[in-house]
Design a protein around this ligand. Sequence first.
Ligand code: SF4
Length: 286
Amino acid sequence: MSESDKKRNRREAAPGIKKSRWKAVTTSTKSNTDSLYKTRTKIFPKRIQGTFRRIKWIALIIMLAIYYFVPFIRWDRGPGAPDQAVLIDFVNARFYFFFIEIWPQEVYYITGLLIFAAIALFLASALFGRLWCGFACPQTIWTDLFIEVERLFEGDRNARIKLEKSKWTASKILKKTGKHIVWIFIAMATGGAWILYFHDAPDVLSHFFTGGSPLTAYVFVAMLTASTYLLAGFMREQVCIYMCPWPRIQAAMTDVEALNVTYRSDRGEPRGPHKKGRHGKVGAIV
Ligand code: SF4
């Protein structure tokens, strides 16, 4: 790479697109003006109330209930066939969904269903904004759940900030330990429920704790426990910023007219007292 190419790479995020020089909105110990990665700054969200929060709690309960109870629904398919309503049977290469039975050569049905789901997601986002992210995405649901557990042990925003800054005492250790134990329990329940979709659920449940389940069941529960614990407990918004493809797609669907929660200079960002004449008019696109 020539010296001029190197210089251009330092100036441009992509050919013809200047790199942003704006500092991160939240404070950080490191300056990362030119970095594509920003170290996570811990966020302490305050408990909020209102209609949309209530809808969000109801959505969370319904979706968790679906996730945990669907494997226990029975569906009679006659003798010799599994009676679990929703089952991914790898051993016999079948996917069962109530009255539907899909064989490997019919996988195009699933492809069609996924395309339909993607179009529905695009439509919902175009009409109502980040509906999926805010109410239905598993990352949101489990993060919400983990934050609620955090509140239960450590209190609301101010108490949590205070606890974070305080010295390690017996009370702090107790609160943190309690929180992590419940987080791990939820993470295990999440991983545990996932394997129920791949084997007969009551059968797995009766053998899992006595060591009688297949090795793959334990490996997958361990992997999903670890990923849930990390993603919902520690990474949270980093998953959305760096790992998830959806914000990239949604960005392509957004224009200046779109209702969107964003942090941009043309809205008066970075936040704080607005200085006249700086960054344009505050709230120009709110
Ligand atoms: S950005 Fe991705 S991971 Fe984050 S809430 Fe939206 S869909 Fe879920």
